[in-house]
Write a protein that binds this ligand. Structure first.
Ligand code: BDR
Ligand code: CA
Length: 306
């Protein structure tokens, strides 16, 4: 079977780093391009982190730098969770910048999508600024996008505000553009991220497994301060898991919109699970995950890395 062509849009980010390793070493995915976006930390830092990861993983996928600010709202970051650098806890080698394209992420995505013989799947695991800019600037890409499988949103509560998840909260207007694009969409949000847990005993298996497992162990020690002992949430790996093993998830095909004006709820994904709004379904929402099977898949996936 042909490898599935994908573009990953990311803001590494500790859980991004893990998801990227799994995708880059998967025998079923062809990562054609990686684009960076302001998110967990600023654009300069996430791009530097991405290039450090490419050197670490010893892969040659081109990297393109994207949007440095959200479309409208002021930037927020998650350095309280991922550390000042965005990937605190491991001493990476200095990157080789030759993988960094001169092109902007949006132009590079357009080129990859238009030139691809098979439809491309977009996998955003950060705020949706680059994807929204792509869809608005180059709407012709739509016909060669197979689907968008994103990490973001929630059917219930949030993690950045009471109701909003970070990737949507960080650029709600961009998320609204993406959710209303008409492109087939999969949302792997907090409902599954909160159950995709890696515990200390799993981290110890990873530490002794290979170079990637060891790196991940050290990042995990810093990730979200004290939560190492209670289980770390592998949010971004859920999007990659959906691509590779969709039967881990229970999904609901339903209408989702993004709240933009709520004084207390801006950036909330309003997931109409009961059909109250009488709108056509636009998203396959991951509402549940098999946590035991996920963990097994996760550990086996890291085993395939360098
Ligand atoms: C999302 O926010 C970021 O901090 C993580 O990398 C993930 O993409 C989880 O809400
Ligand atoms: Ca992320």
């Amino acid at each position: 079977m042909n490898k599935r062509p994908i573009i990953i849009d990311t803001d590494p980010g500790i859980d991004d780093a893990v998801a990227l390793g799994i995708a880059l070493y998967s025998e079923d995915l062809d990562v054609r391009l990686i684009t960076t976006v302001n998110g967990n930390v600023n654009l300069e830092k996430v791009t530097y982190n991405m290039l450090r990861l490419m050197k670490f993983f010893n892969k040659q996928t081109p990297v393109a730098k994207g949007a440095g600010t959200p479309l409208i709202v002021e930037p927020v970051d998650a350095s309280d969770i991922h550390g000042e650098t965005g990937m605190d806890g491991y001493e990476f080698e200095e990157p080789d910048n030759s993988l960094l394209l001169d092109e902007h992420a949006v132009t590079a995505m357009r080129r990859e999508i238009i030139e691809s013989k098979e439809p491309v799947t977009l996998v955003p695991i950060g705020p949706l600024t680059n994807i929204a800019l792509l869809l608005r600037t180059y709407p012709e890409v739509t016909k060669n996008i197979e689907e968008i499988v994103l990490m973001g949103g929630s059917t219930s509560r949030g993690n950045s505000s009471v109701m909003a998840e970070f990737n949507i909260y960080a650029d709600p207007e961009a998320a609204k553009i993406v959710f209303s694009s008409g492109i087939p969409l999969v949302m792997a949000g907090l409902d599954v991220g909160w159950k995709a847990l890696v515990y200390p005993e799993d981290s110890e298996i990873l530490r002794d497994m290979n170079k990637t497992g060891n790196m991940i162990y050290h990042l995990f020690k810093k990730y979200r301060g004290g939560s190492f002992n209670h289980g770390l949430k592998m949010y971004d790996s859920c999007a990659i898991a959906y691509l590779l093993k969709p039967d881990l998830f229970e999904t609901a095909h339903t209408f989702v919109d993004v709240e933009l004006t709520g004084e207390l709820t801006k950036g909330t994904t309003v997931v109409d699970l009961k059909g109250k709004m009488n709108k056509e379904p636009n998203v396959n929402v991951c509402i549940d995950i098999d946590p035991v099977a996920f963990k097994k898949w996760f550990i086996e996936s890291i085993r395939k890395c360098n």
